[in-house]
Design a protein around this ligand. Structure first.
Ligand code: FAD
Length: 494
């Protein structure tokens, strides 16, 4: 007999709700705990998981396997090629291991909910027990109700209600212990499971050798690294987060998104640590940097709540149906120039090259390039959303979809459509000395002063041309007018 915990996007032992429940159950029943992880290449494919993200997860699994083995807990990692067979394979393994209980943390995206529903049916047929826990959000979806009793569609009142709820339910921020040690007999009974290898990435998600080495050094995997980063951020940078968070040339943000997205860090742990480094126990008081950071982590909960309540956002539909009628452009040359960082707008190009190089982009720049794609280029925002998922190490459906919906003005609580970022003004404001641009667009390195923001129009055209830097692919003023007209006529046609 045994209890199984099925790991998904919760690749950690600390503060993991379903794992904690599984460990308690195993201890009460006096049976071993087994960890399970299913590699599903078709899910990687369907969800556009970036190779850099797959690589991070596989490296994390290696660390998790070692950590669990020290507690005599095996982690069985298996590839299931056909994703419609995942639930059945879990059932087969339960039978093989003589296990009666499965614990897992819920994933709210539509495909995952369907898989879980199937599993619940199969478990009921066989008389086995499955327990599914809410873990990824700090406040589970469905608990916060607006004045009219429904889900909030606006962030600010939602956030006030989120803070109130947590102040009234402090237990939601309590630390959950890692699992206890398995009985020694687990080593012999399940000897085969301790021998399992972490599979390599599927062929179409493999990184090149140089890239793999570079990214491993840049993004060390696993929960210990997540805790190190969190501790350092709370000690050194969180206090100045409010002033620095919008400046892409400063490393002023936590860089923890990859850990939240892979579950190597629990959002509870992060918010608890931030709160504890404050001079008040309130989530919305004290140091402004800490308060702001907590409210940013809360956006992650917000977008997941939105996804649970309006699952059609998972189906390529804009949150606001009236924005379904906008006539997007599908200009391939523009899209390629945007992807490659060759639009002639240095801040946009710097950001896109940062993404391609390190699988991550600063939040301010995510907003700039998303606005540029959907408004200046009037390209379908879903092309950008998709490209981000294919390249981000922290790709997370709800946050990415929410971010794109915000910037393209088609999402929940969005930027109004008539607010169109001017990429040159954004550049001057958030990268005033052009440090970020010079780092990521090295051919512009030699351009001095303010010309860096727009070399062709600010007296550095000779240098830019010589360096092979492209001219603007669109003219912002005209593009702005075109976007306003397209959005307006799309909405009016509704
Ligand atoms: P910090 O500034 O240190 O913030 C701490 C944490 O708060 C982040 O790690 C993240 O979990 C959360 N957070 C912060 N801002 C947001 C936000 N706007 N929405 C949701 N959560 C937030 N974030 C992702 O994790 N995955 C994505 O796929 C993703 N796609 C995005 C796409 C667009 C177009 C935009 C505008 C934003 C997107 N974001 C996404 C949100 C945000 O850009 C990143 O979370 C942030 O840049 C990560 O860096 P950090 O960990 O240093 O953030």
């Amino acid at each position: 007999n045994a209890v199984v915990h099925w790991f998904k996007m919760d690749l950690r032992t600390r503060d993991n709700r379903a794992l904690y429940m599984a460990s308690e159950k195993a201890r009460e029943a006096g049976v071993p705990l087994i960890g399970l992880y299913i590699v599903s290449p078709q899910d990687f494919e369907a969800h556009l998981t970036a190779p850099v993200r797959v690589d991070f997860m596989l490296r994390t699994l290696e660390i998790l396997r070692r950590d669990l083995a020290q507690l005599d807990i095996p982690l069985w990692v298996e590839t299931v090629d056909n994703r419609s067979r995942v639930a059945n394979r879990v059932m087969d393994l339960m039978a093989e291991w003589g296990a009666s209980h499965l614990f897992t943390n819920i994933e709210y995206e539509v495909d995952e909910l369907r898989r879980e529903a199937k599993l619940v049916r199969l478990f009921a047929q066989k008389g086995l027990v499955i327990e599914v826990a809410h873990d990824t959000c700090i406040v589970p979806p469905g608990l916060l109700k607006s004045g009219s009793g429904g889900q909030y569609a606006v962030y600010s009142p939602w956030f006030r209600s989120w803070v109130r709820y947590l102040h009234d339910h402090l237990e939601l921020l309590e630390l959950l212990d890692p699992p206890g040690r398995n009985p020694e007999s687990a080593r012999t009974t399940f000897a085969k499971l301790f021998d399992c290898d972490i599979p390599p990435a599927p062929e179409n998600k493999k990184l090149g050798e140089e890239e793999a080495e570079r990214l491993e050094a840049l993004w060390p995997a696993g929960e210990h690294e997540a805790m190190r980063r969190l501790t350092r951020f709370c000690e050194e940078d969180i206090g100045t987060y409010k002033e620095n968070r919008n400046m892409p040339f400063i490393s002023g943000t936590s860089n923890l998104s990859v850990h939240f997205a892979s579950g190597t860090l629990s959002a509870r742990t992060a918010v608890r640590a931030a709160r504890d480094s404050n001079n008040t126990k309130k989530l919305d008081g004290g140091n402004p940097g800490i308060q702001t950071w907590i409210s940013e982590v809360a956006w992650r909960d917000f977008y997941k709540h939105v996804l649970v309540h309006w699952p059609y956002v998972c189906m390529n539909k804009p949150f606001k149906p009236e924005y379904s009628n906008i006539e997007w452009s599908y200009n391939r040359e523009h899209f390629d120039a945007w992807k490659e960082g060759c639009t002639g707008f240095p801040i946009v190009d710097a950001a896109m090259r940062q993404l391609r190089s390190i699988g991550w982009m600063h939040n301010r720049c995510r907003m700039i390039v998303a606005s540029f794609l959907s408004k200046d280029l009037l390209l379908d925002w879903r092309m950008g959303e998709r490209y981000f998922m294919e390249h981000l190490i922290d790709g997370d459906f709800a946050s990415n979809n929410g971010g794109w919906g915000f910037a393209a003005s088609v999402g929940v609580d969005p930027q109004p459509y008539f607010r169109i970022f001017n990429p040159l003004l954004q550049s001057e404001k958030f990268d005033p000395d052009g440090e970020y641009i010079r780092k990521w667009v090295p051919e512009l390195k030699g351009i001095k002063g303010k010309a860096i923001h727009d070399p062709y129009d600010r007296g550095a055209s000779g240098q830019a041309e010589k360096a092979g830097y492209p001219k603007h692919i669109v003219e912002h003023k005209g593009a702005r007018e075109r976007a306003l007209a397209a959005y307006k006529s799309g909405v009016e046609r509704d």
